[in-house]
Design a protein around this ligand. Structure first.
Ligand SMILES: Cc1ncc(COP(=O)(O)O)c(C=O)c1O
Length: 366
């Protein structure tokens, strides 16, 4: 690596993003993928996702603007935030998004006030012991009460097109997907019994990537989901909202050791990114990124701490590292999703620069 690399630096591979999108498309043929902008909303990442043909899952006016900047037609945009301000609904209406998501009567009334015949999907909640990030406590209607909600929004005049769910992020076992799909099929049938014919199913995101622990091969993971979709929804339009799976393992972070101390007999290495920056994903997303010190040597229990003045800013405790010096680099892999996106400027520190490997990088590290 050239010595003048300005760290922290997030290096993302366009080829890897393409590879992950192709893998997902081959594992789930016929499903249209809407990249979840929240995973990494950097304009360079959005541009790549859109250039590959993905739509966008947006959850705020700022993310909707990214769709606009990339000239995405409304048909390729899903507004997935279940709770929205009226101003947001108005913007989504003006954009002509494919569908808005809701999960409760108050939200449905709000949507109907602003966009009387809006296309909507009802998000249901999912029981899932296999996810790392549960997304069904804060959001999602109880499937048992969904019939009433479906009839309610129909009577409000909204165009209810189908059901959405998110099994939870980093779901490492496919069972919750196909169990939920069975519930969704029942809801499609109940709606049809009332003369409401659903034509759209949103299976959300949640697809896993490997961090420090291995995961199932993608083909084995997706096979039962694909089979269930083909079996239960042969003629329904199906969309997904992958975030982590697309961008998570397409990026690595280069950090520099900026300080070193021995405390209670342990080496403490202070690096130039931390829990208030890219490693915010350790706090919010519970991710455990693989560590690659660019040095060999006997490994000793060590601590990696971030650059801020807060004692909370300890990134790894008791990890085994060779002895490092100030100025050495440490690389962290699988850092594309929920890292840069949730990093703050606490202590006046800048977020890492994000570069695209094939377009903007001259050195070879990994
Ligand atoms: C509504 C919604 N869709 C999609 C995603 C992306 O999920 P993942 O990164 O697990 O694929 C999220 C993540 O929080 C979400 O809340």
């Amino acid at each position: 690596m050239k010595p003048e690399v300005k760290t922290p630096l997030l290096v993302c591979s366009k080829e890897k993003i393409k590879e992950k999108y192709r893998l997902l498309s081959s594992c789930l043929p016929g499903v249209q993928h809407f990249y979840a902008a929240k995973a990494n909303f950097h304009p360079k990442i959005i541009r790549i996702a859109v250039s590959l043909g993905m739509g966008l899952d947006v959850s705020s006016p700022g993310e909707l603007r990214l769709a606009e900047e990339n000239s995405l037609p409304g048909e390729k945009v899903l507004y997935t935030q279940p709770i929205k301000k009226e101003e947001e609904i108005a913007l989504a209406k003006e954009y002509g998004v494919k569908a808005l998501i809701f999960d409760n009567p108050q939200e449905a009334k709000k949507i109907a006030r602003v966009w009387p015949s809006a296309p909507v999907l009802l998000r249901i909640k999912v029981e899932n012991p296999f996810c790392v990030v549960n997304l069904s406590e804060k959001f999602g209607a109880d499937p048992a009460q969904s019939k009433d909600l479906i009839l309610f929004v129909r009577d409000l005049g909204l165009r209810i097109r189908g059901i959405a769910f998110h099994v939870g992020s980093q779901t490492t076992n496919p069972t919750p997907y196909f169990e939920t799909l069975k519930i969704v099929r029942r809801l499609f049938n109940i709606a049809a019994g009332e003369g409401i014919y659903f034509d759209l199913l949103d299976i959300g995101g949640g697809f896993p990537i490997a961090y420090r622990q291995p995961i199932m091969a993608a083909e084995s993971f997706f096979q039962p989901i694909r089979a269930t979709l083909e079996n239960y929804f042969p003629s329904t339009e199906i969309v997904s909202e992958p975030g982590r799976f697309i961008v998570g393992d397409a990026c690595y972070l280069i950090t520099k050791v900026v300080g070193k101390a021995i405390r209670k007999g342990m080496h403490w290495y202070y690096i130039d990114d931390g829990l208030y920056g890219s490693f915010s994903g350790k706090v919010y997303d519970h991710a455990d990124y693989p560590i690659h010190p660019l040095k060999e040597g006997e490994r000793k229990p060590s601590v990696i701490a971030g650059p801020t003045c807060d004692s909370f800013d300890v990134v790894y405790r008791e990890v085994y590292l060779p002895e490092l010096d100030v100025g050495d680099y440490i690389i962290f892999k699988s850092m594309g999703a929920y890292t840069w996106a949730s990093a703050s400027n606490f202590n006046g520190l800048e977020k890492p620069q994000l570069l695209i490997e094939e377009e903007e990088i001259e050195f070879q590290i990994l």
